[in-house]
Ligand binder design. Structure first.
Ligand SMILES: NC(=O)c1ccc[n+]([C@@H]2O[C@H](COP(=O)([O-])OP(=O)(O)OC[C@H]3O[C@@H](n4cnc5c(N)ncnc54)[C@H](OP(=O)(O)O)[C@@H]3O)[C@@H](O)[C@H]2O)c1
Length: 270
């Protein structure tokens, strides 16, 4: 049996549809809505019975302060160990993301797995092209104002990461002990994004972005430094993929990766 956590999240839904032909897939979610779905909430250890699960796709539950996320992942991995799960596949963060404010929880989870008797695979996912659309969206006239400087992001289509995850969980033994870097091949900067929507890029400052995010009132307190830190890491050139020795995305995908620019364009409705 294969159990997917976070099955109703965007990545979980895509992985689920990739695995549509299999009849041994159980969907773990905080809010089950059908008989094929099972309640799995890392904040509630009593919901984590992984009995009979051979492979667990542990989709990171990264929305929270570090202590919250660490506790969630500890609970999930402990439950997998207790139930005798054979192999855990964890969706982590690309190696060039170490400067991102949310990197710590991913690296902690990787270490936790390395210390575990479980067999495991780490998928170091790059930032989504869809995420780029959210943090560098154009206004109606195509102007993109964002503190990206002249940095670029090796953004990757979420559907490609889902396809890789589906391939790996289908044959976990072949990927045991592997850490895969999975980022886009064509890094995108502000000018690239503006070109794709027929607009223009106006580099902003981190201070102005922090102020705009805070005053919009939609971000939780921990999300403000998370977003500003992400802009900062892109602008400083850490996330363009050039530091990664081996990007496994094309190899594990077995096809040409989806154009991140196309995903960006579609995500912003252009
Ligand atoms: N690479 C990137 O650019 C990027 C961007 C954003 C996030 N992420 C990380 O990648 C993960 C998957 O991305 P996504 O696009 O699927 O995000 P998403 O659409 O926001 O889905 C996240 C899912 O995590 C699950 N989750 C949250 N809290 C949980 C808990 N306490 N216990 C168990 N599951 C919990 C939920 O699944 P259910 O609704 O089924 O319970 C939620 O829908 C995110 O959770 C985050 O850690 C990566």
């Amino acid at each position: 049996m294969l159990l997917i956590t976070g099955a109703n999240g965007a990545l979980g839904r895509l992985v689920t549809s990739e695995l549509a032909g299999r009849d041994d897939v159980v969907l773990g979610t905080r809010t089950p809505r059908s008989a094929t779905e099972r309640r799995v909430d890392f904040d509630d250890p009593s919901s984590l019975d992984f009995t009979g699960v051979e492979t667990l796709l542990l989709i990171s539950a990264g929305y929270g302060e570090d202590d919250v996320v660490l506790a969630r992942h500890e609970t999930a991995i402990s439950a997998a160990e207790k139930a005798g799960v054979r192999h855990v596949v964890y969706t982590s963060l690309s190696g060039d993301g170490d400067h991102l404010p949310f990197a710590l929880a991913h690296r902690w989870t990787e270490r936790r797995l390395a210390r575990s008797p479980l067999s495991w695979t780490v998928l170091r996912n790059g930032l989504y092209a869809e995420f780029l659309a959210a943090v560098a969206a154009p206004t109606g006239d195509g102007t993109i104002t964002a503190p990206l400087g002249d940095g670029r992001l090796a953004a990757v289509a979420r559907e490609d990461l889902a396809a890789v995850a589906a391939r790996v969980v289908a044959e976990p033994g072949a990927h045991a002990g592997k850490v895969y870097e999975l980022v886009g091949e064509e890094p995108l900067g502000g000018d690239d994004l503006a070109g794709a929507v027929g607009g223009r890029y106006r580099p902003g400052s981190l201070a102005a972005a922090r102020e705009a995010i805070s005053s919009a009132g939609e971000a939780l307190p921990f999300q403000v430094p998370m977003l500003v830190g992400t802009y900062s890491a892109i602008a400083a050139g850490f996330l363009d993929g050039s530091a990664l020795v081996d990007n496994a995305l094309p190899r594990l995908l077995g096809r040409t990766p989806t154009s991140a620019l196309d995903v960006y364009r579609a995500s912003v409705g252009r």
